[in-house]
Ligand binder design. Structure first.
Ligand code: SF4
Length: 437
């Protein structure tokens, strides 16, 4: 058995799944750093003696990826390449007893609310005074900004409340304080995330206070863009629209997963809304926040989704012309309300429906991008890739939306800078541009 000289107490943190999981890994690493324990995020150096895997347990593909990662590091431990493997996050929260039986070579499994206990076995003490502080894994000019944890919604297909618990808002003062600390570190863009950002405040203040939170965050010097993700359609707080319309720092962008539009499916999904109400809300958003870019996410192949339901969805995607859209195939998740239904849409048919939706969307995206040719847009430079600087407009979130490519030759731009770019060409999901100022 080949052994390696491992760096004493160096921890390699692996994150799977969504931006909320990444946020949690950053908090863990911030705590470890404050305890003078060396930690690295997804280190490729393979010199860490301890590995912490922050897993995702959302849907089939994500669960498979998490299990494969656990098995890979359990094998590495077997081979003497690492000394200890710890697993945390959603998959561990949801399937701990099964995982302990199936993959016993892991030192310990932790849930999503076990940070102090996890820190203990890593030789660290949980430092309450560090609340909100973390070690960023994103480029230093933007940061994910989690405003609440958990979810109180009853969506039939969703296992997240099983893994993340009830909705808990973080107090406005704590969030403003965190934003100030991030701005002091050079963060210019806050990506507001939650399971349901529009529910913010109900648990803590007895009413929705997302608009108040946004207004306070806009006062933080150094923060230039604030981007809203994971809005929920039912009970949408309209006062947020005034803040979005009047505050230049709030990106004219809204991510609102709608999941479906056919009324029978929305009813079975327990989404608490209808096609008529959803369309009314979308029109209100466009009316009250002119130029807003709308992102949504849809699920196809939900139990009982008929060809007719799907056609209603497809026609609606054609009519509504979302700026950004993603689609998932339904995943039959134990202990969710929908698990009692028959998963009657064959996998191949689910895939066919997803492809049809994206075929329609990519044409819409191309047409909308072509309409931008000749316009000058404010772009935040994220990185250099090959011959290009790569950036985003205020209409694009990281990793999921369009990007702007600016030739690196003859341009000296800095990562993290805002620049003005004239759009010279367009592709389905990217823009090409030239630096103006
Ligand atoms: S809003 Fe619905 S889909 Fe989103 S996390 Fe909550 S239960 Fe899941």
């Amino acid at each position: 058995m080949r052994t390696k000289t491992l760096r004493k107490n160096k921890i390699n943190v692996i994150t799977l799944g969504c931006s909320k999981n990444l946020y949690d890994s950053e908090v863990l690493m911030g705590q470890l750093k404050a305890n003078e324990i060396e930690a690295e995020h997804e280190s490729t150096k393979d010199d860490a003696n301890i590995v912490v895997i922050n897993t995702c347990g959302f849907i089939d593909n994500a669960k498979e990826e998490s299990i494969e990662t656990i098995l890979r590091f359990a094998q590495a431990k077997e081979d003497g390449l690492v000394e200890k493997v710890f697993v945390t996050g959603c998959l561990s929260e949801r399937y701990k007893p099964d995982l302990e039986k199936e993959i016993p070579n892991v030192d310990e499994y932790f849930g999503t609310r076990d940070l102090p206990r996890l820190l203990k076995v890593l030789g660290a003490d949980y430092k309450h005074e560090l609340v909100g502080e973390r070690l960023l894994t994103t480029p230093s000019h933007y940061a994910y900004f989690k405003i609440s944890e958990g979810c109180d919604r009853p969506c039939s297909f969703c296992a997240i409340p099983l893994m993340r618990g009830k909705h808990v808002s973080t107090p406005i003062e704590e969030l403003v304080d965190s934003a100030k600390k991030l701005a002091a570190k050079g963060v210019k863009e806050l990506m507001l995330i939650a399971q349901d950002s529009t529910y913010y405040g109900i648990d803590l203040y007895g009413k929705r206070r997302l608009a108040d939170l946004l207004t306070e965050l806009c006062k933080v010097e150094g923060i230039e863009w604030i981007r809203l993700h994971y809005a929920f359609p039912a009970g949408f707080p309209e006062d947020v629209l005034d803040v979005m319309a009047n505050e230049p720092k709030i990106c004219k962008y809204l991510d609102m997963p709608l999941q479906h539009i056919a009324d029978p499916v929305l009813k079975s999904m327990r989404r608490g809304t209808t096609k008529e109400k959803t369309d009314r809300l979308l029109n209100l958003l466009k009316e009250r926040v002119p130029g807003i870019a709308l992102r949504t996410t849809l699920i196809v192949g939900y139990p009982g989704e008929t060809e007719e339901d799907f056609q209603v969805l497809l026609d609606w995607v054609k009519e509504t012309r979302f700026d950004r859209l993603g689609v998932f195939t339904y995943s039959h998740e134990e202990n969710t309300h929908a698990f009692a239904l028959e998963d009657d849409v064959p996998e191949a048919e689910k895939q066919r429906r997803a492809e049809l939706v994206m075929e329609v969307q990519q044409e819409i995206s191309l047409q909308k991008n072509q309409e931008l040719i000749g316009r000058t847009l404010k772009v935040l430079i994220d990185r250099v890739e090959g011959d290009n600087f790569v950036g985003r407009t205020e209409y694009d979130s990281v990793e999921v939306d369009n990007e702007v490519l600016i030739p690196a030759k003859d341009n000296y731009l800095r990562i993290g800078d805002f620049v003005n770019v004239e759009v010279t060409d367009a592709e389905h999901f990217d823009l090409h541009g030239k630096f103006v100022s």
